[in-house]
Design a protein around this ligand. Structure first.
Ligand SMILES: [Mn+2]
Length: 353
């Protein structure tokens, strides 16, 4: 098993690649989506949060990521001793009508295919994605972690309707008319995923790229009146069973699974690692379950992290593990200190495994 660090777009700098390497990382998971555009209640410096209008403005719908810019990230990371393992998340500007089944769906499917071809050309092995209408929403921040460290949590369901012009917790059309996105059903959402996989998996295979699905975070059955896809561990099996392609993989998020109602995170880890379908792993700790939970320091929550690593190892997982989120620590560099703490713990725990 290998240790990686995930970096948001504004953190993709040589100094942060060096920081990752100093923490013991050998691999990088890079976000190319900018989650921090134009939402004053979602400042950079932590994982994105924000209010009813989400994280702010999505990217440029007319401009897909180019091979050159992906290669530039890959080579800059390589120069500091890091291998680019995955690009995490598609920009909702590029594919929102795949999620919404909107009028530009065909064009947006082509956008994803083009992106997969470009990732293949840039030799990026994995694209992480999150097939979610409302996205990562409805969370709160506060001094919830040990010693009053600022962390993320959830305090009850979040059902504020999603305005037109929003998708995946970002604003994809700031000029949309008033009104709300009509609610879909769970079966409609599964149908959208099945059609998406049918369309893009052949291109993913041809490009040598695996696409890895993150579960819904928070893992509620519905949020903002919209259905969610993977909010219980067994629904991950349904994703796998939709397509036997080796490119159909999971971005296996231990913290999110631990937040699921009634989930056994150890059994789920055993089940999906054993099938060889885990692309890469998000590993963080948490206390409680939806709709009331708190993210915690990695050594301090409900999850026995060394036990999870042992199960991954025993079931043949040899991919990359990243710390996902960490509480912000009180100092001049709260995000970096939180990550360095998680990385040190994971480095030691992986070595002990
Ligand atoms: Mn995650």
């Amino acid at each position: 098993m290998k240790l990686g660090l995930g970096l948001y777009r504004h953190l993709l700098t040589p100094a942060n690649f060096r920081f990752a390497r100093q923490c013991g990382a050998t691999h990088l998971v890079a976000h190319l989506v900018d989650y921090f555009r134009g939402a004053p209640d979602n400042p950079p410096g932590d994982q994105p949060t924000g209010g009813d209008h989400g994280w702010g403005l999505a990217g440029d719908s007319r401009r897909l990521w180019t091979v050159d810019e992906i290669v530039a990230v890959r080579d800059a990371a390589r120069a500091e001793g890091l291998q680019l393992e995955a690009i995490e998340n598609l920009d909702p500007a590029h594919w929102h009508d795949v999620l919404l089944d909107g009028p530009r769906r065909d064009e947006h499917i082509e956008n994803v295919k083009t992106t997969l071809l470009r990732l293949g050309e840039a030799e990026v092995p994995i694209l992480g994605y999150n097939f979610s209408i409302a996205g990562v929403c409805g969370r709160i921040a506060g001094p919830f972690a040990r010693g009053g460290a600022v962390a993320i949590g959830m305090d009850g369901p979040y059902d504020a309707p999603m305005p037109l012009g929003m998708a995946w917790n970002m604003v994809v059309n700031p000029h949309a008319q008033a009104g709300d996105v009509p609610p879909a059903t769970h079966e409609q959402l599964w149908d959208r995923l099945a059609r998406f996989l049918d369309a893009v998996l052949p291109v993913a295979e041809k490009s040598g790229v695996r696409i890895a699905l993150h579960p819904d975070d928070p893992p509620m059955e519905s949020m903002r009146g919209q259905p969610r896809l993977v909010y219980r561990p067994e629904l991950y099996q349904r994703v796998i069973d939709l397509a036997a392609s080796p490119s159909n993989q999971l971005e296996f998020c231990i913290g999110t699974i631990a937040e699921m109602q009634d989930a056994d995170v150890y059994e789920a880890t055993r089940r999906f690692a054993d099938q060889g379908r885990i692309g890469y792993v998000h590993l963080r700790n948490v206390r409680g379950r939806v709709p009331h939970y708190r993210e915690t320091f990695i050594d301090d929550g409900d999850v026995d992290v060394p036990r999870v690593l042992q199960i991954l190892h025993e079931n043949g997982f040899e991919g990359v593990i990243i710390p996902d989120h960490a509480p912000r620590m009180t100092c001049d560099a709260p995000w970096h200190a939180g990550m360095a703490h998680a990385m040190g713990y994971l480095r030691a725990a992986i070595d002990a495994t």
